[in-house]
Design a protein around this ligand. Structure first.
Ligand SMILES: NC(=O)c1ccc[n+]([C@@H]2O[C@H](COP(=O)([O-])OP(=O)(O)OC[C@H]3O[C@@H](n4cnc5c(N)ncnc54)[C@H](O)[C@@H]3O)[C@@H](O)[C@H]2O)c1
Length: 443
């Protein structure tokens, strides 16, 4: 019998990917690079047209080029018709967003994508769910939709797999293809066996089998919780250092030379669709059974408070001249080197500065348009425009270009130049005549 790998390469098995964003885009590219025929499904006409033009996924190596070549060779078909894509595909990956809306877990996109799939689902098909989810969602919610609308039975008629994506934006394709084993779980042994054969095709490090789908869902959340709690610890220790006059960065370097210590970076806050969201999934799912996960809840509070704390510390540089001061906030991305500003702590930094009566301008080298900043706040890619006549420069995201800043580049600020470095990215040697306050150091 021909191997699954050959069947995919020979287009005997067609792959559909629902959601072509930060996660689905790299998954689609990974399969195209293995010779698969891919149907890319996305409800965003704008994204589909960017993929057509070769201008999507700008900060991710190889993805746009892979799409352009595949479109030319008719290996990639783009559509927003999820039902049709389901009827003509055999293997369906779901990579749509699951986040929080008004502090409630928002499954709208997942429900909509799986409903479309269920309407075209056929015997012998496979459905692979990739977004991070509260444990139990795939087995209870997704399975029910798939079975009910298709009149098919999971494991007997189709396979159901949960395969959480583990990617770091900026190196997503390498993470899928090379850096980690694929975490796999199946509704039953047949689904799991199929997952193993399938995911080994694109994952050089192979697969890591979980004994249940809920375990795999929990695994993914724990990766984010670990980061969030440890960032909160770093933020708390940095605050302690500021108060007692210790340099956190120096102490951290020493402490981390011991192999069991992995102190993280403190910063202006935790953003993005993953790290601040997954702990909330755990908090919510625990509260449903009447339990508190106190350490996780407290860590969230510490991290949520960071933009406010950093603004307070930064404005102390201006003494009594806060009202009407121009503040240049550098970095809208939720962290350095990303083009993604979703849940970025910079929004809270800006709100807090406005509340204190400052005039704010935001600079980002990668994000040129934004709908979420208040109307009276300009976003610019021109650094000299941002810092011109600024009373204070506030570094919010650690984009690499900020590491190159020096007194000459910032010469047009009001004098003396005042800087709050919320990410410890500046080279201190470049700022001998500047009032520079760095997070984690004596105020
Ligand atoms: N961004 C990351 O680094 C990352 C890492 C690991 C896991 N995840 C998980 O992956 C999920 C997706 O994240 P993302 O960053 O790719 O989101 P994204 O917003 O970049 O992309 C999601 C895409 O899905 C599309 N979409 C929404 N509803 C759809 C539907 N019904 N049918 C087809 N397409 C639909 C959207 O238009 C969008 O293009 C997250 O919720 C998270 O759980 C994200």
């Amino acid at each position: 019998m021909t191997s699954l790998k050959s069947q995919i390469k020979n287009e005997q098995k067609i792959i559909a990917i629902y959601g072509l964003g930060n996660v689905g885009g790299p998954i689609a590219a990974a399969w195209l690079r293995k010779g698969a025929k891919v149907i890319g499904v996305d409800i965003s006409k704008n994204l589909l047209s960017e993929i057509q033009k070769g201008s999507s996924h700008k900060k991710e190596p190889y993805i746009s080029e892979t799409f352009s070549n595949a479109l030319r060779e008719k290996k990639l078909i783009l559509t927003s018709d999820g039902v049709k894509a389901s009827t003509i595909s055999d293997i369906k990956f779901v990579a749509v967003p699951v986040g929080l809306r008004k502090n409630k877990i928002d499954l709208t996109a997942l429900l909509s994508a799986t409903t479309s799939i269920s309407k075209g689902l056929q015997k012998g098909n496979t459905v692979i769910i990739c977004p991070s989810l509260p444990p139990g969602t795939t087995e209870k919610v997704v399975r029910q939709i798939l079975e009910k609308n298709s009149n098919l039975k999971v494991e007997k008629d189709f396979y159901l797999i949960y395969n959480p994506e583990r990617i770091f934006e900026g190196r997503s394709l390498a993470d899928i293809e090379e850096n980690y084993p694929a975490i796999i779980s199946g509704y039953g042994p047949k689904s799991l066996e199929f997952a193993d054969e399938l995911l080994k095709i694109i994952s050089k490090k192979g697969t890591l089998k979980m004994s249940s789908i809920a375990n795999a869902e929990a695994e993914k959340l724990f990766e984010g919780v670990y980061r969030d709690v440890n960032i909160a610890l770093a933020n708390e220790l940095a605050d302690y250092c500021e108060r007692v006059g210790v340099n956190y960065w120096d102490a951290r370097k020493g402490a981390n030379s011991q192999p069991f210590c992995h102190l993280h970076y403190p910063g202006t806050g935790v953003g993005g669709l993953c790290i601040p969201v997954y702990p909330r999934f755990v908090i919510k799912s625990s509260s449903k059974i009447g339990k508190h996960v106190k350490l996780i809840e407290y860590s969230r509070k510490i991290n949520d408070y960071m933009p406010k704390k950093c603004v307070h510390d930064a404005l102390s540089l201006l003494k009594n001249n806060v009202k009407g001061a121009k503040v240049a906030v550098l970095g809208l991305g939720f962290r350095g080197e990303v083009t993604d500003s979703r849940l970025s702590p910079t929004y809270d930094v800006v709100d807090e500065l406005l509340k204190k009566g400052c005039n704010v301008i935001v600079h980002d080298p990668y994000i040129f348009e934004d709908k979420d900043l208040p109307n009276n706040v300009k976003l610019t890619k021109d650094l000299s425009e941002a810092v011109k006549n600024a009373h204070l420069v506030f570094i919010s995201a650690d984009h690499k270009i900020y590491a190159k800043l020096n007194e000459n580049i910032l010469k047009k600020t009001k004098k003396p130049t005042m800087i709050f470095d919320g990410r410890n990215i500046l080279n201190k040697k470049n700022f001998r005549n500047t009032s520079l306050l760095t997070i984690g150091t004596r105020k």
